[in-house]
Write a protein that binds this ligand. Structure first.
Ligand code: F6P
Length: 518
């Protein structure tokens, strides 16, 4: 693998010059007036998704320089290393192969031969998991599926089950418990019955304190309610099958250390989704993602959607200095999509040192945030249109609706188009208060329908765009050491809450602890 951190390439300096001369002042409205072909140049089709990038603060010269930056940084070499199964997660000495989970069993291509054992294992594991999912679907006595997991063991399946609500089997309810706050589990336990509930304990490591605490409480509740058949009512989704067995769960579905938690919805962690939408639906979800993998792996960089999005992210973060990206899905079923993307992007790229451990002299992950439209319009879009900060917005719209209520879909689509239009066009008003500066950038992702395949493609697109910016920044997008310190301190503070000992604590924590105990 031959990579160079982006700031050490000639293209970086060229981009700095470009930003100072034309980039900083580019006005998209003028760019459209000057080039009637702009929409065609800055839009493209990718598997299951059409993307309009033309409202972004970019011109052809900048795009060419960004593509140079990608080439000079060795993006292709890094991408190929991931798709060859190299251990590119260097701080944990792990391969990064979530894409293999959606690779068809019969797939053949250069670089895959060396992974035939892993690919066979993937399918040998997927088949029984999907059989189990079908079995649960047929089991009318099971009416409630409770997934207990956090982070990647919660956000992916939760987001996807909600997003594909129209495909979910009638007669079964899906619950997601992630928080160690007992209110969450207690609320679910009030609604379910022992004989009709399946608990899925989802944890890659099977050590995460929140998940283990919830799992123990669920098991205790099950026993207290007279439940005895743990094998029927509990299953574990984990790489640590031994720990799941020790916990008392014999029904287990495994995966591997080369699947990062936030990339694990395609593995056994996706079991709630497989139960919800069925084996065929889950296969379509995998297949849509695989289509995007192949696009990312093979399309020329200038027609490669994850690459183009990732390069825009670098342009905005490192040259314009934009600190966040707002995601605005115009489909209410995508309500957990922003939360899912927060973990994907911010846990992957929220890093301050490069892969060699050296502090980077530029900014990395933006803050990713958002809510479904049109709700966001009536909350924070005011700031997007007239606030002092420029926040690039990434819209997701879905062409067809699955309901037949008249008028709604047209109004929804009119709103998403109008918001993108208003951000770009603005509106002059001498009085100030009613002035919209405009020239506020947005990207528009359009799906024909929200289906297992298109959702799979959308999520894989997001995974790969995060790879692109992380790769150029030279950081390791696949570890998450930043979550460790809080976990360690929580153990110490938990003991102090029980004992009341505040010796050696900082003044603030000691003061709060004392108040909590008073
Ligand atoms: O918050 C850190 C983290 O390790 C995430 O990366 C992961 O998705 C989550 O915790 C849950 O981990 P596990 O699946 O091992 O319980």
């Amino acid at each position: 693998m031959n990579t160079t951190r982006c700031d050490r390439t000639p293209a970086w300096a060229a981009l700095q010059a470009q930003f100072e001369t034309t980039g900083r002042t580019l006005d998209v409205r003028d760019a459209f007036a000057a080039d009637p072909q702009r929409f065609g140049v800055f839009s493209q089709s990718a598997p299951h998704i059409f993307a309009d990038l033309s409202k972004n603060l970019i011109d052809e010269a900048t795009q060419a320089l960004l593509l140079d930056l990608a080439r000079q940084s060795g993006l292709e070499s890094h991408r190929n290393a991931m798709f060859a199964g190299d251990k590119i997660n260097t701080t944990e000495q792990r391969a990064v192969m979530h894409w293999l989970l959606r690779t068809p069993a019969q797939a053949q291509r250069d670089g895959l031969q060396g992974l035939s054992v892993e690919l066979a294992q993937v399918h040998a594991t997927l088949a029984p998991m999907l059989d189990y999912a079908e079995q649960v679907r047929l089991d009318a006595a099971i009416t409630d599926v409770v997934n207990i997991g956090i982070g990647g063991s919660d956000l992916g399946p939760q987001m996807a089950v909600l997003a594909l609500d129209e495909y979910v089997i009638p007669g079964k309810r899906f619950h997601f418990v992630s928080n160690v706050d007992g209110h969450e589990l207690a609320a679910v336990l009030k609604k379910v019955k022992v004989e009709s509930t399946l608990f899925l304990i989802a944890s890659k490591t099977f050590t995460t304190i929140e998940t283990m605490t919830n799992a123990h409480s669920a098991k205790a509740w099950f026993a207290a309610q007279g439940g005895t058949d743990v094998a029927r009512h509990f299953a574990a989704l984990t790489t640590n099958v031994a720990a799941a067995n020790a916990f008392g769960i014999s029904t287990t579905f495994g995966f591997w250390d080369w699947v990062g938690g936030r990339y694990s919805v395609w593995s056994a962690i996706g079991l709630p989704l497989a139960i919800a939408i069925g084996a065929q639906g889950f296969k379509e979800f995998l297949s849509g993602a695989h289509d995007m993998d192949e696009h990312f792996r093979t399309a020329p960089l200038d027609q490669n959607l994850p690459v183009r999005l990732g390069l825009l992210d670098v342009w905005y973060r490192n040259f314009h200095g934009f600190t966040s990206r707002s995601v605005a899905p115009y489909h209410c079923a995508l309500k957990r999509y922003p939360a899912y993307l927060q973990q994907l992007e911010m846990e992957s790229n929220g890093k301050r040192v490069d892969a060699s451990g050296e502090a980077v002299p530029f900014s990395t992950s933006p803050v990713v945030w958002g809510e479904p439209g049109t709700n966001g319009q009536h909350a924070y879009f005011q700031m997007l249109h007239q606030g002092t900060d420029v926040v690039p917005v990434e819209f997701v719209a879905v062409k067809t609706a699955k309901h037949s209520l008249p008028g709604h879909q047209t109004l929804l689509l009119a709103n998403v188009l109008a918001q993108a239009q208003a951000l770009m066009l603005g509106k002059a008003d001498a009085g100030g208060h009613k002035h919209f500066p405009g020239n506020r950038p947005s990207t528009f992702l359009l799906l024909d329908e929200l289906s297992p395949a298109s959702l799979g493609a959308l999520i894989a697109l997001q995974e790969h765009r995060v790879f692109v910016s992380g790769s150029l920044w030279g950081i390791n997008s696949f570890d998450q050491w930043g979550v460790e310190l809080g976990k360690v301190l929580a153990k110490d503070v938990e003991a102090r809450l029980l004992s009341g000992h505040t010796e050696g604590l900082d003044g603030s924590t000691a003061g709060l602890l004392a108040r909590l105990q008073a």
